[in-house]
Design a protein around this ligand. Structure first.
Ligand SMILES: [Zn+2]
Length: 54
């Protein structure tokens, strides 16, 4: 997991859109995907198939 000053990065597996997550501590895939969904952010392909950037 790559940490930045703002938290860590996730990206869409399909279109490689990156999204910087705030550091929420340990979280599951479902938790960060629901966070992005709640934030209203949509990736380029609109599939929102997020994974953590290693
Ligand atoms: Zn995408």
């Amino acid at each position: 997991m790559l940490y930045t000053m703002d938290g860590f990065l996730v990206k869409c597996r399909i279109c490689n859109t990156e999204f910087a997550m705030p550091d929420m501590g340990p979280c599951t895939d479902l938790e960060f995907q629901s966070y992005i969904k709640d934030s209203g952010f949509v990736c380029k392909c609109a599939k929102n198939d997020w994974e953590l950037v290693q």
